[in-house]
Design a protein around this ligand. Sequence first.
Ligand SMILES: [Zn+2]
Length: 313
Amino acid sequence: MWSDIFIRALESKSISEIRKVPKADLHNHAGLGYNLNRLNLLYNIRVSPPNPVMCDLYEMDAWIMNQLVPCLPATFSFIDLLQLTVDEAIDDGVAVLDTSIDLWFIGKHCRGIVDACNEISQICSRYSGKIEIRPEIGLNRTQKPDEIEDVVFELIKSGVFKSIDLYGQELEVKPDGFSKIWQYAGKYGLKRKAHAGEFDSAQMVRHAVEVLGLDEVQHGISAAACAETMKWLAENKIVLNICPTSNVKLSRVQSIGVHPARVLYDNGVRITINSDDIAVFDTTTSQEFLKLYDTGLFTARELDMIRNTGLVG
Ligand SMILES: [Zn+2]
């Protein structure tokens, strides 16, 4: 039933109808998973949006540190940001939300780690009828694995988190040093993810999957340049959680109409469509689906299949 409604909604290019159809957002960061207007309203602040197109991740990080963070009130809590992210997802018709909560936020929580985990759990329970929230441990590559492993092991064992993700400058820090943490996460049944092949090569996508035992790759779009890597990803049923607007706005892909998601899909790689950082990229999962249809990159039926891949993944 939802498939027919979704296809019709795409064909009529109605964003409000697309929003009504259940979808997954499996690549979402709770620190930035909301429209900036929501944040400005909540704290009565005025954060200026970043440039519509940025050179790279360094420019995005500079906007976060120089524009966003200084505007936040001293009383701010990551729980507020998680709340905004969940509200945004519900309004967008997201039924399954993997949202990463950065270790830095958890470490800064005024009442300690156990309390932070309890508060995350409470939000998940409060919305359980409306949306399945699957909290994700988010680690930045700037963290030293041996300095954080004790606290990450504690988070893994808490049972609150359903997955783990690694992000940050992939050209600077290889994933290898995090293998012990990812192995531990696998032992406790967490879904293992990492950003790879967003800026680095197809070979790095495969390397990250092998060294961290990944179930899913965040982005992974460089794989489209290598037939052998795509064949390997398809054979091993590795899912790529793709965020087209993020790739365009970080100058990695020229436009939505030439996004490598098409090549990956045609080569049998399982892909999903997601939002990434809504506050930065000013887009939602529903809008991403519409853009992919509107530019003719995918048919409505193909996008519905991709939507379903996310929901069962
Ligand atoms: Zn991301």
